[in-house]
Design a protein around this ligand. Sequence first.
Ligand code: GLU
Length: 293
Amino acid sequence: MIIMKQSVKIRTRFAPSPSGDLHLGHGYSAKLNYDFACAHNGDFILRIEDIDHLRCKRQFEQSIFDDLKWLGLKWPTPIRRQSEHFDDYQKALDKLQNMTLLYPCFCSRKDILDEINESTRAPHMRPKLGPEGIIYPGTCRHLSPQERAQKIAKNIPHALRLDMEKALKTVGKDLYWTDLKSGEQLADPTLLGDVVLARKDFPTSYHLSVVVDDHIQEISHVIRGQDLYYASHLHRLLQHLLDLNTVIYDHHPLLVTPDGNRLAKRDKSITLKSIKQSGVDAKAIDALIKQYL
Ligand code: GLU
């Protein structure tokens, strides 16, 4: 197991989005971060990832506090809310813009699907499938400066995508990230393609904000679910491009229901709130988690 050099203070974080009640899997992730920090005399931080103003609600934020307190977790206040720091994400975007690594993407979901359906007619142009679904086919990467300017003048909403190929050329060498259990990993962010770094509806994205915040908050270890394993490849690239601190990653297994489905925020029976209301003692939570691992 890899712990950082003695001089580096261990700091972990749990960073939920207040878009629903936390479920048992979130409790597991939060506890892993908390216990790791405590075991190494480090700090545990709670961060609220609420950039998506359409999905995030203050009422869920309060439930997060209540549920984590019920689990016995403590964290320093004030906490960082991403929605209060859009200027930090803008600085990072500006830096990538100045490096000419971003391009505006005007595609709707339907445009992307249409483009993919078109290309499937020609088998040699099959869309590439990444671990998180179909990789963006790059439609808007090929627009001329005039076409871009015309669309912007017409106020067609656009996202900003990372030009992955160009970004990797800029780096010009292999990048590695450290996995807590298995050591050095070669970063392969091409697995995610030209990811969106600023969305149409708000000027940042999960991927961008998370690396900026982990840097600002001096996080040393990011312990999160296996579903974010591929995101870590991209995050390593963004850390390099933006000159941010790297962190050590650990990806824990996701909890699954007896029929093999991942726990989801919509499964009301397995939220921390409903577990608490059913009279389960918070001390019994580890045993309950084991039943879903
Ligand atoms: N807000 C993200 C989530 O709830 C956090 C992911 C991470 O830990 O990086 O999935």
